[in-house]
Write a protein of this length. Structure first.
Length: 376
């Protein structure tokens, strides 16, 4: 029996975001969890959540409970997703897994190449264009095909993933493809909706290659920003906050290392104290006017994300954390504190002095490795 034919929507005024929520829930939640999540949503004010989403999720949960013993639930989920997409009538919302990415690339290939060479260094542009050509010369059509090749084809280097993401960035800047759709493509290439755990940690050679690339193709100011990320293990947004809102009252300068007492909470992400080698932070402070230019940090972020020969801030952070534990033999609890993670429920003022005391005590163990990486 095809239950999907009898499934009816209770509301006719779904917007794009609400449809995305429904599709995500159908694909990733078990029937009982759909109902539980819906009940949680229904407790929120209508203007904040859209009660009709909660109502529809309860309906979906009951629907899947009816078919769970007599049908392939995954098949029914796929059919329901297709029905939601068709029901929306929005051409920008299409089935992500069947979308013809090859056709899109073929259409945009020449303009993409021109854009890369116009906006990136020649060496980098050649690498990006060549990696995309190699990827699409494989047997690929959909985003699932691309993910398969990137994951399993040993003839494709790791930078192929980054090159494809540059292509997605190009599409976003062109503004001809829905940003929501592009974000879905990025999510799939990271590993798939709801199923990705990024276990990759760069090697020492990866970081050294990144540093050499910056020394060769970029400025000393850029190199110091990269050292800032590496020495502190901070997120890019934390680097940006420190530089754009630099407060000398929070800055402690020392002979062997210096630190900045940020103590910043952003959503669920914390940052306590950022540590640096004195030479690095001195260069940053001496050049604050340059770094605080409206476009400088955004430009730095763009090529950090786009250049396949440079590890992004996300992976620099993971590298610093890993090396603190394995090479510098810093206790894992302390290494987590350096990165703003704690088992405590808050970063209340009563903890500030204790965090500072612990981190100041342990950071010197990381300095020999930092000097080694930076060539001193």
């Amino acid at each position: 029996m095809q239950f999907i034919e009898s499934y009816k929507f209770k509301n006719k005024d779904w917007n794009q975001t609400e449809i995305r929520v429904l599709i995500y829930m159908v694909r990733n939640f078990k029937p009982e969890n759909l109902i539980l999540f819906a009940q949680m949503l229904s407790m929120i004010e209508p203007e904040e959540s859209g009660v009709k989403i909660a109502d529809e999720l309860i309906h979906m949960g009951e629907y899947f409970k009816r078919i769970i013993d007599i049908a392939n639930v995954e098949d029914e989920k796929n059919k329901l997703v297709e029905k939601i997409l068709a029901f929306s009538g929005d051409s920008k919302i299409s089935s992500i897994e069947s979308y013809d990415v090859l056709e899109l690339y073929t259409k945009e290939k020449e303009k993409f190449s021109d854009w890369v060479f116009a906006n990136k260094t020649r060496r980098y542009a050649v690498s990006v264009v060549n990696e995309c050509v190699k990827l699409f010369n494989c047997d690929v059509k959909t985003i699932l095909d691309i993910r398969r090749e990137i994951s399993n084809n040993k003839s494709l280097p790791p930078r192929t993933n980054n090159a494809f993401r540059v292509f997605l960035n190009y599409l976003e800047k062109r503004g001809e493809v829905s940003p929501i759709f592009l974000n879905d493509l990025r999510t799939y290439i990271k590993g798939g909706v709801g199923e990705h755990v990024d276990k990759r940690v760069p090697t020492k050679e990866d970081i050294l290659r990144s540093i050499q690339t910056i020394k060769r193709d970029y400025s000393n100011n850029d190199l110091m920003l990269y050292y800032f990320l590496f020495e502190s293990g901070c997120r890019f947004e934390e680097l940006k906050k420190v530089i754009l809102e630099f407060d000398f009252d929070k800055f402690v300068e020392g002979d062997d290392f210096s630190y900045y007492k940020l103590f910043w909470r952003r959503g669920k992400k914390n940052s306590f104290i950022l540590f640096f080698r004195p030479e690095t932070i001195k260069h940053i402070v001496d050049n604050l006017e340059t770094y605080q230019d409206n476009t400088y940090l955004e430009r730095f972020k763009d090529w950090l994300q786009d250049n396949p020969d440079i590890e992004s801030s996300k992976y620099v952070r993971k590298f610093t954390f890993t090396e603190m534990i394995h090479t510098s033999e810093i206790d894992i609890t302390i290494a987590n504190l350096f990165q703003g993670r704690t088992t405590k429920g808050d970063i209340g003022e009563k903890h500030y002095l204790e965090y500072e005391r612990l981190l100041v005590k342990w950071y010197p163990k990381f300095l020999p490795f930092a000097k080694e990486i930076e060539g001193e």
